[in-house]
Ligand binder design. Structure first.
Ligand SMILES: Nc1nc2c(ncn2[C@@H]2O[C@H](COP(=O)(O)OP(=O)(O)O)[C@@H](O)[C@H]2O)c(=O)[nH]1
Ligand SMILES: [Mg+2]
Length: 403
């Protein structure tokens, strides 16, 4: 997340270009009328005002889960505007958490350092890995916030350390990725015990960060084996009862492997979405876009393969689109490395299957100017041009405030 003047600039991006905006009086924006926001037309704004919603503050005071019924305004639209107003309020009050903390935990040899190495090589914004020799902890600077990797297990003294001082290690954690080696079932019980200890500690602290469970070393060839199926079952048989015992935790399983980097990217994209300020709104907008242009799926993905959001009618369409996008990103990067100009639009037609995949560069994000593409899987590519600008304009400020 940006701060200082950057934050103010990010706030300004939510407003129409002709809105008079004094960057030193940023607190005033909450009094602005709804029509000043990008994506709210004047007819809708008038309807809002007739219903007593005359400012951004008024919008934020409504409940996004139960928006009032206003004739001529779709509930989904109103819900989106309320969420945007809420993000703006938090930004203005500087309540958006600036520093996010992700813990990568699991037994030693599970593959945590390797996962971090994949991330580091993927993201140009990442600052270098700081392995500490002898110490079983590593830290990676990921878009300006720390991902801390930490080996559990093995030495009992180490375990005592965090059990005795849980507040030092475990407060203010935004998300946990718990890594299990699917190929080494012999240490599964041990891993389960640590997992159980962790949940107990967090419960005692009254904190319930979301937990992504990486069933790591799910290598392409290994996944085809019967042993893999059996091990997955054993893992779930041990871990599911633990999460049920300590209720209140969100958990989700992922199959990851360093041999398919996209499996790691997808897990981290989900991780970032979980802790993002704006990912829900981005998904709302993508849904609107897909419906408007009669497409099947749409994703917003950076060229370093961070997925900011997606919407699809069916899960397999998301896979088809995202994996195709990853490969086309690789192709685009290859062309760039050969000295060619990067194309703003990337298209592939699949006439035998009656669909097209198209990526449109919308804008760049982060200080490193990484291009972000809006990807679409559709049978009606001709409809994209008509609406892309309208949606691009709404998505840009949300990306800048993603974290
Ligand atoms: N087959 C396979 N091996 C992996 C994978 N990820 C890591 N490894 C190997 O597992 C071992 C332990 O990895 P490391 O990242 O050091 O684990 P850490 O102790 O959790 O940090 C190393 O030999 C890695 O090469 C994977 O996805 N598949
Ligand atoms: Mg390690």
């Amino acid at each position: 997340m940006n701060n200082g003047r950057d934050l103010e600039k990010s706030i300004k991006d939510f407003f129409k270009r002709d809105v008079e905006f004094d960057i030193d009086m940023v607190g005033e924006v909450l009094k602005f009328g709804p029509e000043t926001l990008i994506g709210i037309d004047s007819i809708s704004a008038t309807k809002l005002e007739e219903n007593g919603i005359g400012s951004i503050q008024d919008l934020a005071d409504l409940s996004p889960n139960n928006p009032p019924k206003i004739e001529g305004i779709l509930p989904k639209m109103l819900e989106k505007w309320i969420k945007i107003a809420n993000v703006l309020i938090k930004a203005v009050r500087k309540e958006l958490k600036q520093l996010k903390k992700i813990l990568l935990l699991g037994l030693d040899n599970g593959g945590k350092s390797s996962i971090l190495a994949v991330l580091q090589n993927k993201f140009s914004t990442i600052q270098s890995l700081m392995p500490t020799k002898g110490v079983k902890r590593e830290k990676l600077d990921f878009f300006g916030f720390p991902v801390i990797s930490w080996d559990l297990g093995g030495q009992e003294t180490y375990r005592k350390d965090y059990l005795d001082q849980p507040q030092v290690y475990f407060t203010d954690v935004d998300l946990i990725i718990y890594v299990i080696d699917v190929q080494d079932i012999s240490r599964l019980e041990e891993s389960g015990r640590y997992f159980s200890d962790l949940l107990e500690l967090f419960q005692d602290l009254g904190e319930f960060p979301p937990i992504l469970i990486a069933m790591h070393k799910s290598d392409p060839d290994y996944r085809k084996s019967l042993e893999f199926q059996q091990n997955i079952k054993k893992i779930k048989d041990i871990f599911n009862p633990i999460t049920e015992e300590y209720n209140g935790f969100y958990t989700e399983y992922y199959d990851t492997t360093i041999f398919q980097k996209e499996t790691i990217m997808m897990m981290f994209s989900d991780a970032l979405k979980k802790i993002s300020h704006t990912s829900e709104i981005i998904d709302n907008i993508l849904r609107e876009f897909v419906q408007k242009i009669k497409a099947k799926a749409s994703s917003l993905i950076s060229l370093d393969d961070l997925i900011f959001g997606s919407f699809e009618e069916k899960a397999e369409q998301e896979q088809l689109l995202n994996n195709s996008a990853f490969m086309l990103h690789t192709l685009s990067n290859f062309h760039k490395s050969q000295g060619y100009k990067r194309e703003n639009t990337i298209k592939m037609n699949f006439p035998q299957n009656n669909f097209a995949i198209r990526g449109e560069q919308l804008f760049e994000y982060s200080a490193h100017n990484i291009p972000v593409y809006l990807w679409v899987l559709t049978e009606n590519p001709e409809l994209i041009d008509e609406y892309i600008d309208v949606f691009s304009e709404q998505l840009a400020p949300l990306i800048h405030m993603f974290l």
